[in-house]
Design a protein around this ligand. Structure first.
Ligand code: ADE
Length: 245
């Protein structure tokens, strides 16, 4: 996969991809990540990327010309037939795991980091395939949102995580993770649940699934509405509901 990030602050995006698992994915050739300075697509002396809004008002708007030239150039340089162009904006659709999974199937992503008050509307209508928000809050720009999306997408690329972890993924889409413990088995009077020390893998699996459902019920009941529950999960959920009421 190839990911191009178009920004006027490339420095903001240098750190996240030079560390940890994403760096490994880059080093192993699973993904190529390029930071593109929007100013390199300006033609004027001042390298102007933004301007005041027609009709008045405060704030600056990203101009259409550099963005169109950048995206057209990146598309023409790409070895892939299709490029999928994303705009980071609080007005976009809420980014979630399902969107991450869909994007991980693309070969070439171009992420545009919005800035200031927004972008010229012609960019939205003629250049962008999809607009994403990472949550209902306003950031100073789309850079951090782009880093979040790249991280969530890259970890889903084939070969990034083990198959076992990938299999758990479909489960963790609907439910929150069960509690985790590591050594020591007793710490400051707090004991690890004995089932986890039992070596009985079927029992452990059952305990984990139940804990997952319980957590989801307590913390994110909204996720359960979308969940496809197995019969035994359903009866356990009903039991938790009864205990809560
Ligand atoms: N730009 C500013 N705020 C944003 C958000 N919440 N999501 C994506 N891009 C943004």
């Amino acid at each position: 996969m190839k990911i191009d990030l178009v920004t006027i602050f490339p420095g903001m995006l240098e750190g996240p991809f030079k560390e940890s698992m994403i760096k490994r994915a880059v080093d192993r050739g699973l993904v190529e990540i390029n930071l593109i300075d929007l100013r390199s697509y300006t033609r004027d002396r001042h390298r102007q990327v933004d301007d005041t809004p027609y009709g008045g008002g405060c704030g600056m708007i990203l101009k259409p010309e550099p963005l169109f030239e950048a995206v057209e150039d990146l598309k023409s340089k790409s070895e892939y037939e299709r490029s999928w162009v994303l705009l980071m904006t609080p007005q976009g659709r809420r980014f979630d795991q399902q969107a991450a999974r869909k994007l991980s199937g693309e070969k070439h992503l171009i992420l545009i980091c919005g800035r200031y008050e927004g972008v010229d509307e012609r960019v939205r209508t003629a250049l962008i395939d999809e607009e994403f928000s990472i949550g209902d809050y306003v950031l100073t720009g789309g850079e951090l949102a782009a880093a979040v999306i790249v991280d969530a997408v890259v970890r889903l690329l084939p070969g990034f995580i083990t198959e076992e972890a990938a299999a758990n993924e479909s489960f963790s889409d609907s439910f929150l993770e069960h509690p985790h413990y590591t050594r020591p088995s007793a710490f400051r009077g707090m004991e690890v649940p004995s089932v986890l020390l039992s070596g009985n893998h079927a029992e452990i699996e059952r305990w984990r699934r139940k804990q997952s459902i319980k957590r989801t019920c307590e913390r994110r009941p909204d996720l359960l509405e979308k969940a496809k529950l197995l019969p035994d999960e359903k009866s356990y959920l009903e039991e938790i509901m009864r205990q809560q009421n």
